[in-house]
Design a protein around this ligand. Sequence first.
Ligand code: ADE
Length: 422
Amino acid sequence: MMDAPRHDVKDPGLAEAGSRRVEWALAEMPVLRSLMERFADEKPLAGTRISACLHVTAETANLARVLVAGGAEVALCASNPLSTQDDVAAALALKYGISTFAHRGDNHENYYRRLAAALDISPNITIDDGADLVSQLHTGRTELLDGIIGGTEETTTGVIRLRAMAAEGALRYPIIAVNDADTKHLFDNRYGTGQSTIDSILRSTNILIAGKVFTVCGYGWCGRGVAMRAQGLGAKVIVTEVEPVRALEATMDGFQVMPLIDAAPLSDIIITVTGNKHVIDRHHLEALKNGCIIANAGHFDVEINLKALREMATNRFEPRTSVEEFTLDGGRRVRVLAEGRLVNLGAAEGHPPSVMDMSFANQALAAAYIRQNHNSLEKTVHVMPKALDQEVARLKLEAMGSNIDVLTAEQEKYLASWQEGT
Ligand code: ADE
């Protein structure tokens, strides 16, 4: 064991168990493994201080190790009070020597106290999942802004917040929207959220999905993934949407599309994945079928109006871990998973390592890109450079043993010409 860095973790005694899970995950992360080797050779992040606010999971631990291999000093805090894996946090601090500030189940005050601790290294780069670091830096810790050369953002919700800041001219340093890389959202948001959300429902409730009416609110990449996997398990899937093109796509993908108020009395399970507030509101709660399970797979715990639910409830009890059952007037029961927080991380382990491999390869490459190019980056939200996105795809294909064709010279010429027709 190496000397412990500055850290604040719940139970240091869990370090050994945590490191076993981190190594297990690494075996499924071939792209990160190859970057770890390359970063160790080339040290693209030498002397860079990085504050990272991410779900503290086995997969995140491996990203942190890659950044450290690249020469960075890393301080890590949690991006959600319920997603921290305490054994992994302990391993990060005590086995891998990475400053970690995270406890599963933190209240609001402690969550922000630990976030502040991660900023105390005076970062040059921030890595966010939900834009909390950027937000703290722009509203409270403004004295640190001068030392920052750039940041990255992992999730759709964070990118939306950051684009709003950039549009108002409020963003004080450049951000790379890792979420918008094809090798991130097409895989992590769709296959990752699809599988891990179902996983969390099964772990917390042990219900049979086949034959159930399963409603998905929101048909972005995450919603598509959840709907597809629920259908694969035999559910009758309903999709609710506010955006007409997405609603049309859901219809042609074979799902029933209707307003949530109509779906509420039909549904056995409702999952929100919209990124918006009070998607399941008081009038929906009043219309729910008896025994309905509701959960949120969006970044923030705002999608279900929990305040209204608590006000409406005459009784609350916990029949199982991560399940709260509320009894409403007239005896109807509503079950909420993972306190309405990100269910796939609150009631399961988040996305599997194989998909986080690509998301976090993008994060590592984006950090190195910022280090190299920060002088020419405007203070706005940037897309991930296409060449890096494709490099991640190539490395993943190679690791999966897949080969692809290359264009012939004749085909290259054809694609670049406009004279050749019928
Ligand atoms: N977001 C979703 N799943 C995750 C995981 N396993 N680790 C870190 N962030 C995640």
